[in-house]
Design a protein around this ligand. Structure first.
Ligand SMILES: CSCCC(=O)C(=O)COP(=O)(O)O
Ligand SMILES: [Zn+2]
Length: 206
């Protein structure tokens, strides 16, 4: 139980930090943190809420069918299936999804089912790549309104315990083994997007 409350505090703190950055405009975005491996249980944001307002009903615990196990008065994030797919196919412990102007604009510069690559910035070390001239690539998938179809497009890109997927004209989903790592990596990706958009167009490469 102590573990549960520690995880809850971690994800609440991330929600508050990202809200201060305006990364939840228009009720967009969803966050989750794993609280049990077998059976899979994770805390996930409730759907459709203003995520800049913080209350005791911000999160609910769902199982591997994305069903709330205690509280039937609110619904889990509509995108909880993506979080479930990540937890079922990696050792990730936390999943963060945000819509930002920068992550939407970056996807508009590239075709879907391709990837966008970044190199030449020190912040790439925050993504775990420490070698000289390291390059990081992020896949861009189509934005299917039907979430199970979005999940099918997303699944092949879950290739490790941490990673990221851009959804075209929608947002980014980042996962990592811990909440600290997931937030760090999300921030590093958003840094790269903003840097690229504010730099010369030649710094983009497909
Ligand atoms: C209001 S943005 C459209 C839904 C979305 O993409 C999102 O991230 C928020 O959905 P949720 O069900 O998690 O509130
Ligand atoms: Zn979304």
């Amino acid at each position: 139980m102590e573990h549960f409350f520690t995880r809850l505090e971690e994800i609440k703190e991330i929600k508050q930090t990202l809200a201060k950055r305006d990364w939840f405009l228009g009720t967009s975005g969803n966050l989750s943190i794993k609280v049990n491996d077998h059976p899979l249980l994770f805390l996930v944001t409730a759907s459709g809420k203003d995520k800049t307002i913080h209350s005791s009903s911000d999160f609910l615990v769902v199982d591997e069918n994305e069903q709330s196990i205690w509280d039937q008065t609110k619904n889990p994030s509509a995108e909880a299936i993506l979080h479930k797919l990540i937890y079922k196919n990696s050792n990730a412990g936390c999943v963060l999804h945000v819509h930002t102007i920068a992550n939407n604009l970056i996807t508009q510069s590239f075709p879907t089912n391709k990837e966008v690559s970044f190199s030449g910035s020190e912040i790439i070390k925050a993504l775990g790549l420490w070698e000289e001239n390291a390059e990081i690539s992020i896949p861009i998938i189509p934005n299917h309104a039907h979430i199970p179809t979005l999940g099918e497009a997303f699944l092949p890109h879950i290739n490790g315990n941490h990673g990221a997927v851009l959804i075209h004209n929608h947002g980014i989903t980042v996962w990592a083994e811990t909440a600290f790592e997931a937030k760090k990596q999300l921030e590093a990706y958003e840094f790269l997007f903003q840097l690229t958009l504010q730099s010369k167009p030649t710094s983009l490469s497909v």
